[in-house]
Design a protein around this ligand. Structure first.
Ligand SMILES: Cc1cc2nc3c(=O)[nH]c(=O)nc-3n(C[C@H](O)[C@H](O)[C@H](O)COP(=O)(O)OP(=O)(O)OC[C@H]3O[C@@H](n4cnc5c(N)ncnc54)[C@H](O)[C@@H]3O)c2cc1C
Length: 416
C-alpha cells in the first residue's frame, strides 16, 4: 500500500527550487513532503556561482550567436564543450535553441526572465528572516570585466536589451574597476557594473538553512530515489521509489535536470538538457573579491565565499549520465589565475553539476498537460538560484488554486 499523504502535496527534488516550493506551500497551510535521493541542495544548487541576479535578462541564445559556437567548442579554453558522441542526442534541442534566437522573440523572453528575477534579493531576505543566517545573502554588484573595450560598448545588443528594461548599468574603465576590485588583473580594459544585486556566500548552506526552516514549519524530507510516477483511477499520483510507494493528489516535479526523464514515461516530452557546469574553489586564495565578477571572455563568475574563492562556469553537453571531465574545472582554474594574478592556487577542489536547461532560456512552471494534479517547477538553466523564490510563490499559488503573482503564460509546458 502506498504511504498516502491525505490532502498533502509531494515535491520531488530538494534542490533550491523544490525547497522554495515547499516553503511557500507550507506557508499556504499545506502539508508537504519533499522526496530526494540526496540531502537538500546537493545537486546543481550546491556548487553554483552564487549570483542572485535580478537583472540577468539576456537569453542564452541570441541572434547571430551561432557563429561563436564552433570556435567556443573547438578551443581548449572555450566556455562551451561537447562530447561528440552525444551530438545526435543533442541535435533536436540545439535546433530549438538556435530557433529561439529570432529577433522577434528575444524581447518577450527577456521580459519573462525579468519577471521571475526582479524581486529575488528581497524574497531571499524574507525567506531567511528569523533563521539567524541572514548574512548568507549579501548586497553586491555584478561586475562584467573585459580585456577588449569593444565588449563594453553600451550599444551592443546584450547591454541595449538591459538598458531598455531599466537595468542599473555603469560603464567604467579598467582603472576604475580596479579601485572597486583591486585584485583584478591590469589587463582588463573595461567593465560594466550592474548594481542592486545580491550574492550568496554559500549556496549549499543557503539551501540547507531554508530546508531546516521548512522542517520547522512541518515539511517532511524523505530520502528516496523516485523510479516512476503514475496516476491511479481515483486521481491520485502514485510515486514509486526505492524506499516504497508514496501517494498524493497533487505532486510537483522539481527534479532539476532529471525532470524530463521522470515525465517521459507519462508521454510528456520536454526538451530539457543537462548543461553541465564546473567550479574550482581556491581554499586559501590570498585575495578577496567584494562582488560577483564575471570574466566576459572566459564566461566564468568568481566570488569570495565562506569556503574560499569559487570560480564557476562552462557549458558542457554530454548528457545526464556521463562522468565529470575535470579538465573543464582546470581550464576555469587557469583562467582564474589570469583574472587574479596574486591568487594562491595551492589548495583547490573541483565540482560538476547539471543546469536544467530549456532551449528558450525559460523554465517550465505550470500544470503538466494531460496529468491532473501534476505540476512542473524545473528548467531554470543558468538562473535557478535567482529564480527559486518567485518559482516557489508561483507554484504554491497554482497548486493551491490561488491567483498568480505574475503572468505564468511564458513558462507553460505546452509552449513546446
Ligand atoms: C557552474 C554553475 C554555476 C551557476 N551559477 C548560478 C548563479 O550564479 N546564479 C543562479 O541563479 N544560478 C546559477 N546556476 C544555476 C542553478 O544552480 C540551477 O539552475 C539550480 O540550482 C537548479 O535548481 P534545481 O532545484 O532545479 O536543481 P538541483 O539543485 O539539481 O536539484 C534537483 C534535485 O532533484 C533530485 N532528483 C532528481 N531526480 C530524482 C529522482 N528520480 N528521485 C529523487 N530525487 C531526484 C536531485 O537529487 C536533486 O537534488 C549555476 C549552475 C551551474 C552548474
Amino acid at each position: 500500500m502506498p504511504e498516502a499523504h491525505g490532502s498533502g502535496i509531494t515535491v520531488i527534488g530538494a534542490g533550491i527550487i523544490g525547497i522554495c516550493c515547499a516553503l511557500e506551500l507550507a506557508a499556504s497551510g499545506k502539508s508537504v513532503r519533499v522526496i530526494d535521493r540526496d540531502g537538500p541542495a546537493e545537486g546543481a544548487s550546491s556548487g553554483n556561482a552564487g549570483v542572485i541576479s535580478p537583472w540577468s535578462c539576456v537569453p542564452q541564445s541570441l541572434p547571430g550567436q551561432w557563429k561563436n559556437i564552433p570556435g567556443w567548442t573547438l578551443s581548449k579554453e572555450g566556455p562551451v564543450a561537447l562530447r561528440w558522441a552525444y551530438l545526435p542526442h543533442l541535435f533536436p534541442w540545439l535546433v530549438r535553441f538556435l530557433a529561439s534566437a529570432q529577433a522577434s522573440r528575444i524581447g518577450g523572453i527577456a521580459d519573462a526572465i525579468l519577471a521571475l528575477n526582479r524581486d529575488c534579493p528581497e524574497l531571499y531576505r524574507g525567506l531567511l528572516h528569523g533563521t539567524d543566517h541572514e548574512d548568507l545573502v549579501r548586497d553586491s554588484s555584478y561586475i562584467h570585466v573585459f580585456r577588449d573595450v569593444r565588449h563594453a560598448d553600451p550599444e551592443l545588443p546584450q547591454w541595449a536589451l538591459r538598458r531598455e528594461r531599466g537595468v542599473p548599468l555603469e560603464f567604467v574603465s579598467g582603472d576604475q574597476v580596479r579601485e572597486i576590485e583591486p585584485a583584478l588583473s591590469p589587463h582588463y580594459q573595461a567593465a560594466v557594473l550592474i548594481g542592486q544585486q545580491a550574492r550568496s556566500v554559500n549556496p549549499a548552506r543557503l539551501g540547507q538553512v531554508l530546508a531546516q526552516k521548512a522542517r520547522s514549519q512541518g515539511v517532511v524530507f524523505t530520502r528516496a530515489l523516485v523510479r516512476e510516477l503514475n496516476l491511479d483511477v481515483s486521481g491520485t499520483f502514485n510515486i514509486r521509489t526505492d524506499q516504497g510507494m508514496f501517494s498524493s493528489p497533487r505532486t510537483v516535479v522539481a527534479s532539476g535536470a532529471w525532470s524530463a526523464r521522470l515525465l517521459k514515461p507519462l508521454g510528456v516530452r520536454i526538451p530539457l538538457e543537462s548543461e553541465r557546469g564546473y567550479h574550482t574553489v581556491f581554499a586559501s586564495p590570498g585575495v578577496t573579491l567584494n562582488n560577483s565578477v564575471l570574466d566576459g571572455d572566459g564566461k566564468f563568475a568568481a566570488s569570495s565565499m565562506e569556503m574560499g574563492l569559487r570560480c564557476a562556469g562552462m557549458a558542457e553537453f554530454a548528457g545526464l549520465d556521463a562522468g565529470p571531465d575535470y579538465r573543464r574545472a582546470k581550464v576555469i582554474a587557469h583562467l582564474a589565475q589570469r583574472m587574479l594574478p596574486d591568487l594562491n592556487a595551492a589548495d583547490t577542489s573541483e565540482w560538476m553539476g547539471s543546469r536544467p536547461s530549456t532551449p528558450d532560456s525559460l523554465p517550465c512552471i505550470g500544470p503538466v498537460p494531460g496529468q491532473a494534479g501534476l505540476f512542473a517547477a524545473f528548467g531554470h538553466g543558468h538562473l535557478g538560484l535567482t529564480q527559486a523564490p518567485m518559482t516557489g510563490r508561483l507554484t504554491a499559488a497554482m497548486v493551491c488554486d490561488q491567483p498568480s503573482p505574475i503572468n505564468i503564460t511564458p513558462y507553460r509546458l505546452d509552449r513546446f
